[in-house]
Ligand binder design. Structure first.
Ligand code: URA
Length: 238
């Protein structure tokens, strides 16, 4: 791309771009550039030391600890945004959906509104996996009930997959896979089958599994494979 065209990517008109170039405000790979027609990669061009391209979107996974709100700010309580390093937080990524304050595990945060919207929309059926600890012994009948959908007071939860990992007389552990995420949905589904939850954690959203090396409270940017997997799942892959 021509240099003057690349400079317009930051919002300048072509004539403003040419004036900025003539004034020596534009550099390409570290050197002042004065030839308006030189061929450049936009990523190499700075105006007044700042990149001309809009910063790329941010995609982050957070391992949310209990006691933290899934929000960007709150006057008094700690939020998932407070767990991000300052340079990422300043770019204002928002959480994709919500985990209750007492629920732990995977929260995705992004500046990409379209992806966020599709990941929480039932239309795109992005699976979320939860690890649930509940009271009492889970049985095959509970698996069947989940698979048929559960009638709750204000809506019917869509069919979901329940996999029992451990069943004891007093407590059981299971994996639940849902494609929707209404308010307190997993807690309400377990309560409705007579097994109130004692702990809940999210371990997966679509193709993104919570990185086991992330301690509670830690975060990292998604890898290219994770990001592209989500894009593909949501029909956004170019
Ligand atoms: N279901 C719940 O009940 N709570 C959550 O935070 C997420 C899913």
């Amino acid at each position: 791309m021509r240099l003057d065209k690349a400079v317009t990517l930051n919002g300048m008109t072509r004539s403003e771009a040419r004036k900025a170039i003539a004034a020596g405000r534009v550099s390409v790979r570290g050197g002042i550039a004065r030839d308006v027609g030189m061929q450049v990669e936009p990523g190499d061009v700075l105006v007044d030391g700042r990149p001309v391209e809009a910063p790329r979107e941010l995609y982050i996974m957070v391992n949310k600890p209990a006691g933290v709100l899934t929000a960007t700010e709150d006057g008094r309580q700690k939020c998932v945004s407070d767990l991000l390093p300052e340079d990422l937080r300043r770019r204002n990524p928002g959480p994709v959906g919500r985990l209750d304050k007492d629920v732990t595990g995977l929260v995705l945060m992004t500046t990409d509104g379209q992806l966020a919207h599709r990941l929480i929309s039932p239309k795109w059926k992005a699976e979320k996996t939860y690890l649930a600890k509940c009271e009492g012994r889970l049985t095959e009948a509970d698996i069947e009930t989940f698979a048929h959908g559960i009638i709750l007071s204000d809506f019917t939860a869509k069919p979901a997959m329940l996999r029992i990992l451990e069943a004891g007389d007093d407590a059981s552990t299971a994996q639940a896979i849902l494609t929707e995420g209404k308010f307190h949905q997993v807690k309400r589904m377990f309560a409705a089958i007579g097994h109130p939850l004692t702990a809940l954690s999210r371990t997966r959203i679509g193709c993104v599994t919570l990185d086991p090396t992330l301690q509670p409270g830690q975060c990292r940017e998604l890898t290219v494979e994770e990001r592209e997997g989500l894009m593909e799942l949501c029909g956004l892959k170019e």
